[in-house]
Design a binder for this molecule. Sequence first.
Ligand code: C2E
Ligand code: MG
Ligand code: MG
Length: 438
Amino acid sequence: MDKKDFELYIYSLRKMAENNLESNRTYMTDLYNLRAFQYKAGEEMLENPQLKFAMIVLDFANFKSINEFCGRNVGDGLLKCTADALREQMGEHVVLSHFRADIFALVMPFEKEEELVDTVLRIDKRISEYKIPYKVLPAFGICVAESPAMSVSLMRDYATMALNTIKGKFYAKYAFFDEKMRSQMLLNKMIENDIVGALEEEQLHLYIQPKINMNTKEIIGGEALVRWHHPERGVVPPGQFLPVLEKNGLIIDVDIYIWTRVFQFIGKRLSEGKRAVPISINISRSHVFDKTFRKCLVELAQEYRVPTEYVLLELTESGFLENEEVMYDNMKYLRNYGFTLSMDDFGTGYSTMTMLKNQPVDEIKIDRGFIVDIENAKSKSIVRHTIDMLHELDMKIIAEGVEEKTQQDFLLQCGCSSAQGFLYYKPMPVEEFEQLLD
Ligand code: C2E
Ligand code: MG
Ligand code: MG
């Protein structure tokens, strides 16, 4: 093929692709669908390397409710109105798309970031003019292309990630993808990649933080806390990796691993006739949806011959919330088996009092947040009255995060004698905890 034929060949290929593209439109709004958009936007960027490009992705936080409360016709009308709002932004090198359902996007050239913000605000204003008896909440995520060759699907991931940071928040309409999000995303990817290996290679370690009686300084128990000794990153704190694992469900494997280590530990000490104290384990709220978790705990107790009164189950307030019926059922079942139920992070949830009234709990852990500023008169009053109330309800109480002697003294005055905090001990490897008990 000579050069001219080749060019002709490429030209006809492109024509074919473009014709194809025209049929790749979303029926309702007549905008490009995702596939056509990726092709067309990628082409615009590559053909105009002198220009800076950005992608804006739009998603409605509450589209489902709009459909439910106002009817599908109104929902469809909103989508058409959004498509019109996008079309009004049409210009040279701009590519528009209706990905699917209530998700739209555009790629556009720009010089200053303000232009992107202006575009967002224009679209938002236009959408707000569509009058329906329901608050419409569009959210916009923006990703600036790093280079003309940046993949459109990566830009979409980044823009979507930015969008998800503000979706449903009344106070923010748009968010740019930034460095912080990128490093967070890389960290999340690393965690997802490495966690399976970490479980297999025993990089996850059981740490225990002693709980003490503040009057006698005697160790009355401990809380099991996971630590990840990453071969390259060193110790990764649970606050960093557990939220990621909560999203992909792997938290369940981590929890079961830690629980098993705890039952093993207690069982071994008891069988050797050594002193054992009750240990709390944390139950992630993901277990609410996992019907096998209560069976798992009962079986662990049997396998390692651990009387259930040696194990306290710590559930966060938010864990109690999500699926109340199932949780309630699970909790009652485990309590019947003799496990003690402890409510972690007490006072930080949405409906603390409702929970207290309805849920079968034995122990309350007063959150560190209240202990930290116990110097504050309001905190003092809250803590004092909370302790009184819990006593009246016949619940056990433990204070979390005691770091100062003044905090200890105040708690003792209020009649709370159990605590866990850096004033006494930090979380330590289980081997160290053993020595401490001995
Ligand atoms: P948590 O259950 O509320 O655990 C108490 C946290 O407070 C621990 O943080 C502990 O190190 C910290 N802490 C205790 N005393 C003090 C103090 O005096 N000062 C300060 N600044 N901090 C104190 P850690 O180990 O980083 O764990 C964070 C959270 O991660 C835990 O909060 C728990 O919700 C979760 N977590 C830890 N291990 C596991 C696990 O194996 N499974 C599950 N599902 N969650 C876990
Ligand atoms: Mg806890
Ligand atoms: Mg806590």
